[in-house]
Design a protein around this ligand. Structure first.
Ligand SMILES: [Zn+2]
Length: 458
């Protein structure tokens, strides 16, 4: 009798979960059909890229983007749209950088270069010095002050091509850009040239943030294109002696400037004080349109709200689409969002960030507890038809990664990463390099995940 009862209970539970799965797959199909037919992310992105363009923190472009996305969130059907004021670093590039290698017979090799974000400038006079190449910090340490003092250090840390996951290579080689200038300054270098963080050889300097260590002098830091780095390395090897380089940049850090995160909400019907966040970062580097970094993540997040509304889904919990300010050179928007969440004692259930580009969806990366991950895994098959085939454990996104302090499970949207570092932080990060289909398919998967987390909790 008892066995029969248990079997019966199993059958009921099993058929219930099958029914729930069926119901969810129907709803997700509805979401997908809506976005793939009427999706608005691509046209919003066109506006952001072509009518506004670069949006570095503290710039006029960033302020225009705040206003534009507030409007987009309203049009998407958010019940409430508001701004969270925050102070941001205000770095400016100044005039177009100049740099060359002095060759024999008075000839020059002009470098394709740009200042790294947060770098000080050389001033109009520029800096001229011998170039020393290093391929690791261990090599730099070994050379020490005797060799490095008075030189321009060329940090040649190629992204490892054998890593299929390009972000892994970026994480490893990126230390040259983040820490390299201060590591070189420690031994008396007068400036640094960093090989661009790009997966393929190209002719574009890729900028990005660097951070000064206050223990050492601040020295100017520029990125040179991968092709120039390859050329320079070869020249230094051939000549077996330092070549002289000249760098001129006028970048500068100004006082902090006022800016905003932009938040759009759909208020929850059952648990309005429980929050689910979906976002990207609104600021972008100044060299291009910030299309894939991170216009796509912002526009997809707005699309999540629009699609839920358009598909007639009334979320139980409050869903927030958040445009975070200043991810690129400070992270102040993410900090402000967390600060307010804690100060207001908000209950955060889940936060999803899209900041790896608007490419073809591949998976999600979760930073959650064990039981939460088991729950998420039960939904994985629902995504298969829409191109998402893995749910991994790992990082989320720079703007949400500390929201677990407010109780949230965290996730990052993971699109295909092969082309991301062709355009990352370079002039090539433009609207034309985003596919409407890929962008919208990403939004489909993001909306489906938000729908499931909202319906069942985490
Ligand atoms: Zn980004």
């Amino acid at each position: 009798m008892m066995m029969k009862f248990i079997f019966g209970l199993f059958a009921v539970l099993f058929s219930f979960s099958l029914m729930a799965q069926k119901e969810d797959s129907v709803t997700i199909k509805k979401i997908a059909d809506e976005i793939l037919t009427n999706g608005g992310a691509y046209e919003n992105l066109r506006f952001l890229c072509k009518k506004i363009g670069p949006r570095l923190s503290g710039s006029a472009g960033a302020q225009k983007a705040v206003q534009a996305t507030a409007r987009m969130l309203k049009e998407a059907g958010a019940d409430t749209v508001y701004m969270q004021p925050c102070m941001v670093p205000h770095w400016v590039r100044g005039e177009k950088e100049i740099g060359f290698i002095q060759l024999a017979g008075g000839k020059k090799y002009n470098l394709k270069l740009c200042s790294l974000g947060n770098s000080i400038g050389t001033g109009k006079k520029g800096v001229s010095a011998g170039v020393i190449e290093v391929k690791s910090f261990a090599e730099l340490d070994a050379l020490g002050t005797t060799v490095v003092k008075g030189k321009i250090v060329f940090l040649n840390f190629p992204m490892n091509p054998t890593y299929v996951e390009t972000f892994r290579a970026y994480g490893e080689s990126g230390i040259a850009r983040w820490n390299g200038p201060s590591m070189a300054a420690k031994y008396g270098a007068v400036a640094t040239m960093v090989r661009s963080m790009a997966s393929n050889p190209d002719d574009y300097p890729h900028t990005g943030v660097m951070k000064y260590n206050d223990s050492f002098p601040k020295i100017p830091a520029v990125a040179i294109s991968t092709n120039d780095a390859i050329w320079l390395s070869k020249q230094l090897k051939l000549r077996m002696a330092p070549l002289t380089a000249y760098i001129q940049n006028t970048s500068a850090m100004l006082p902090d400037a006022p800016s905003f995160n932009v938040v759009g909400e759909i208020r929850g019907t059952e648990f309005p004080t429980e929050y689910i966040t979906v976002g990207g970062h609104l600021d972008s580097w100044d060299l291009a349109e910030g299309a894939n970094d991170d216009g796509t993540g912002c526009m997809q997040s707005i699309e999540v709200l629009r699609a839920l509304k358009a598909a007639g889904i009334k979320p139980k919990r409050t869903i927030r689409a958040v445009m975070f300010m200043n991810e690129e050179n400070g992270g102040r928007g993410g900090e402000k969002y967390l600060e307010l969440a804690l100060a207001n004692k908000e209950k955060h259930v889940f936060a999803l960030e899209s900041d790896d580009g608007g490419f073809t969806p591949r998976g999600f990366s979760f930073d959650v507890k064990d039981d939460q991950f088991q729950k998420l895994l039960q939904w994985k098959d629902l995504f298969y038809n829409y191109g998402v085939y893995f749910f991994n454990r790992g990082g989320s996104g720079a703007d949400v990664e500390e929201l677990n302090k407010a109780g949230a499970g965290l996730a990052g949207f993971v699109p295909d990463s092969q082309r991301y570092f062709d355009i990352h932080h370079a002039v090539t990060d433009v609207f034309e390099n985003v596919s409407r289909r890929e962008l919208h398919l990403g939004a489909v998967n993001m909306t489906a995940l938000i729908y499931l987390v909202d319906k069942y909790g985490l």
